[in-house]
Write a protein that binds this ligand. Structure first.
Ligand SMILES: [Zn+2]
Length: 490
């Protein structure tokens, strides 16, 4: 059966709005009448069931694809639109708001169409006429005929700000003709993009405790616009916004949890969005939390267990390295991990990157003071001072120029590495017949300052052997003639 006369489908209209107009034209009665006549359960049709829409399409000779595109599937708890799971409040076929200028342009009362875009919670204005949407006298109808009844059209209220970008984007995505989405947005649903945008913008604009559902339509639009300009740019832009949100949070105590740092954004992603997958924003926030907070391994953050600690507090670091807090905080200051002018209270709020701080402190704990280095390396005091001045052995904490020499310490691991390299030189007997003497002897005979000869030895520029009777630097023997020749050529 094909209904005649034909009533063209407006691709911007909801299916339920169209069905009512079609029914009025053919039966003089409301949508339910036509649907029942076709033999469709009206409840099924109103809730957008695919099978009901398909039967309707067949009966009316219309494209089933077009009708499904205009249909909002409503379930007991949620809804879906064009295959995307959505919240019931995100997009509804109920005709709560409308643009008076659009309806005036529809001419005849029977032609008034409820536009899909007006059903989106984030749409507060008509982008065609720059008017704020007006409230319908009857909010829960499914067509403008019943929504308005005999009431006159509302006076349009002009929206002064230019049309926000997200609205243009939304129209393009729903009705086509817009720019292609960037790869970041392509994989995300309408609700994921707009809800994340709204939440980011609302916190940046109204603070951490903002109640997004209490914002006025104009405030919602503004927040979504601010958030969309960030969110649509991708992950890095979102991370920067999270930096700002974290820095401007009212949280001061180190024990403050992510709720204090990220406010309603965390609240939303932690439990409010369980029904609908919020998209990548949840992973981005989790990474941000783990990256900037001292999260205990094993703790669950936004539904995922954190296995590795990224940051320590002074407290957890103290437990990890076994140094009491006052000494640890002096040590961290010395290591440059705490600014010198920080107060004790602020120390408690600081976090320290586990990967770089823990090994540094452990190295410090087993470090060797300058006065013990000569014995450790098998060298004289003057030789070590020469190596130290030349930067060949480097202290654990880089010299700032002011610190006194007695505080200078050396990482045991690094000194051990050096000793291991010395051990690799061939033993003495293998090179009989050469004029072999200790390095210090060669220096006295004109081979140059010890640290220079040592550098040549380590770089392989002067052949060197090891006296197995001795250890460390004292065991190094060089051919005096070749060492002096090296000095002359240099
Ligand atoms: Zn309009």
């Amino acid at each position: 059966m094909t209904l005649w006369p034909h009533l063209p489908v407006d691709p911007e209209e909801t299916l339920l709005s169209y069905a009512d107009r079609l029914s009025m034209m053919h039966t003089g009665r409301c949508m339910e009448r036509l649907v029942r006549d076709i033999g469709i359960n009206t409840e099924h049709f109103i809730s957008g069931r695919e099978d009901a829409v398909a039967v309707f399409a067949e009966a009316t000779g219309l494209s089933v694809e077009d009708l499904q595109m205009a249909s909002i599937r409503v379930f007991q708890r949620g809804a879906s639109f064009r295959g995307e799971d959505i919240s019931k409040t995100f997009l509804t076929p109920r005709t709560a708001r409308y643009c008076p200028a659009c309806l005036a342009a529809d001419e005849h009362r029977a032609d008034r169409r409820f536009r899909l875009l007006w059903g989106f919670r984030h749409v507060s204005r008509c982008d065609r006429h720059s008017l704020w949407l007006s409230d319908s006298p009857t909010a829960n109808a499914t067509n403008m005929r019943l929504a308005l009844g005999t009431s006159p059209l509302a006076e349009g209220v002009r929206a002064d700000e230019p049309t926000p970008d997200y609205l243009t984007w939304l129209r393009g995505r729903v009705h086509g003709g817009g720019q292609a989405d960037n790869p970041w947005l392509v994989g995300q649903t309408l609700e994921q993009i707009l809800a994340a945008s709204e939440m980011l913008g609302a916190i940046l604009e109204h603070g951490h405790r903002v109640a997004v559902t209490r914002l006025s339509p104009a405030q919602t639009e503004e927040a979504t616009d601010i958030g969309f300009s960030i969110y649509s740019e991708g992950r890095e832009a979102v991370e920067e916004a999270l930096d700002t949100i974290r820095q401007t949070s009212p949280a001061t105590a180190v024990q403050a949890g992510p709720l204090a740092y990220y406010g309603k954004l965390f609240d939303w992603l932690d439990r409010r969005s369980n029904a609908i997958d919020p998209g990548p924003i949840r992973d981005i926030l989790r990474d941000h939390i783990v990256k900037h907070s001292a999260v205990e391994p094993g703790a669950k953050v936004l539904g995922v267990e954190i296995t590795e600690r990224r940051f320590h507090t002074l407290y957890s670091l103290s437990a990890e390295v076994g140094i009491e807090r006052p000494r640890l905080s002096r040590l961290l200051r010395k290591l440059g991990k705490i600014p010198r002018d920080t107060t004790e209270r602020k120390n408690g709020n600081m976090v320290f990157e586990a990967a770089s701080t823990v090994p540094l402190i452990k190295a410090f704990n087993t470090a060797i003071p300058l006065r013990d280095v000569p014995e450790y390396l098998g060298a004289t005091k003057r030789q070590v001072e020469g190596l130290y001045r030349a930067g060949i052995v480097q202290p654990l904490v880089p010299r700032t120029g002011r610190g006194s020499v007695r505080n200078v310490v050396f990482a045991r691991d690094r000194l051990n590495d050096l000793l291991q390299r010395l051990d690799a030189f061939p033993e003495f007997e293998e090179a009989t017949g050469e004029n072999l003497h200790p390095v210090a002897f060669a220096c006295q005979r004109g081979a140059g300052p010890f640290e220079e000869v040592f550098s040549d030895v380590m770089a392989g520029r002067v052949r060197c052997y090891r006296n197995p009777e001795k250890s460390g630097i004292a065991a190094l023997y060089v051919d005096v003639n070749s060492a002096i020749a090296m000095k002359i050529s240099a």
